[in-house]
Design a protein around this ligand. Structure first.
Ligand SMILES: Cc1cc2nc3c(=O)[nH]c(=O)nc-3n(C[C@H](O)[C@H](O)[C@H](O)COP(=O)(O)O)c2cc1C
Length: 343
């Protein structure tokens, strides 16, 4: 690897505002690898984030992209309209209209973001929801950018290795927010737990592995390093930090004893994602179709209105299974705490 950073710790990219330049800079300055999340944003907004981050730190950092996929025609025509009808009462309650997919949202502005990152290379680029073609991964490598592909199953790891990824982000079911699985059809099922998946992927490839999902403590970080990972990627552990851009009601919910568990649900976005169980999750999980990004944009105004009203009932309260261990402390303290005693 040509890019390196002092500690075996990666701050997970968190789309939706949590991991902006402030959080990424704090983590990179503390010796981890900070990450910007480009998902849902335009390429122009991503360029502005990169400029802002470079203004805050000269340490290495990463940028995460969502690989575009397609919703099946049958889901769009048969299941999506029924789900929008179902959501109408929530929209009324918050005084908003359901949203539609904006022009940049159809493919998440993929071509423009790829052009931006090839034109003005960054140290690391990671991919979620799929794997770029081999020639694109090679183009990043030619520019000195390390590529990391998120995998949630052994078959994805095999394909990502064959495509030429430099690193794999091995994501267990414990992870907060979206499962990075490539195929969004079929039931949510039973995704792999992190330690099992790490062992299976290690058997398949000698690529360096970044472990992610439910990691909150130094003991867990040591465990995944012992299991063969080169680094641990933590998301939920940073959500309550002052540098995190997560909404105040999301931060508060993570410390609220009234929330009892997390669940994987398609209710907010149409893709399986893990969050605290609230009224919205209870009401809609069983009916939510595999329509991504259509459901994400349909529910966005409801989620925004709920966040503005400090009402966690209809917010996507993304959280990994270890959420109760998230602390409200500076990001540098999280980095120091989970990397102490690495020996
Ligand atoms: C609020 C939030 C947003 C996330 N957004 C992204 C994203 O944009 N891209 C991505 O690859 N992973 C995203 N993830 C998943 C993380 O990369 C990582 O797999 C996850 O946070 C690990 O589990 P943990 O939250 O228990 O640490 C997100 C996670 C959270 C909590």
């Amino acid at each position: 690897m040509t890019v390196s950073w002092p500690l075996p710790l990666v701050q997970a990219p968190m789309a939706g505002g949590a991991s902006g330049p402030e959080l990424a800079a704090a983590v990179s300055d503390a010796g981890g690898l900070g990450f910007l999340a480009a998902g849902y944003q335009t390429a122009a907004a991503t360029a502005a984030d990169i400029t802002a981050l470079r203004g805050r730190t000269d340490r290495p950092f990463g940028v995460n992209l969502f690989v575009p996929g397609e919703t099946s025609e049958a889901v769009v025509t048969d299941e999506l309209p029924a789900y929008r009808t179902r959501l109408a009462a929530d929209a009324d309650r918050y005084g908003v209209a359901l949203g539609d997919v904006p022009a940049h949202g159809i493919d998440d502005d993929w071509n423009a973001k790829v052009a931006l990152l090839l034109d003005d290379p960054v140290p690391v680029v990671s991919f979620t929801f799929g794997c770029p073609a081999p020639d694109l991964l090679a183009a990043f490598r030619d520019r000195g950018t390390l590529t990391a592909v998120t995998v949630t199953a052994p078959y994805e790891a095999g394909l990502a290795a064959a495509a030429g990824a430099d690193l794999l982000v091995v994501q267990g079911t414990e992870a907060g927010a979206h499962q990075g699985r490539w195929d969004n059809t079929g039931p949510i099922g039973e995704p792999y737990g992190l330690l099992t998946l790490l062992a299976l992927v290690r058997e398949l490839t000698g690529l360096p592995l970044i472990a992610t999902g439910g990691l909150m403590t130094g003991a867990q970080v040591r465990a995944v390093l012992a299991a063969g990972a080169v680094a641990a990627q933590l998301g939920t552990a940073f959500l309550r930090c002052p540098e995190s851009g997560a909404p105040a009601a999301h931060k508060a919910a993570l410390a609220d004893p009234r929330f009892g568990e997390t669940r994987l649900t398609r209710a907010f976005s149409g893709r399986p994602a893990r969050g605290l169980v609230n009224a919205f999750v209870e009401a809609h999980s069983a009916e939510a179709p595999a329509a991504y990004p259509e459901v994400h944009y349909a529910t966005a105004p409801i989620r925004r209105a709920a966040a503005a009203a400090d009402d966690p009932a209809a917010m996507a309260l993304w959280a990994g299974q270890g959420w109760r261990l998230a602390r409200a402390e500076p990001a540098a303290d999280v980095v120091a705490r989970v990397t102490a005693d690495l020996g």
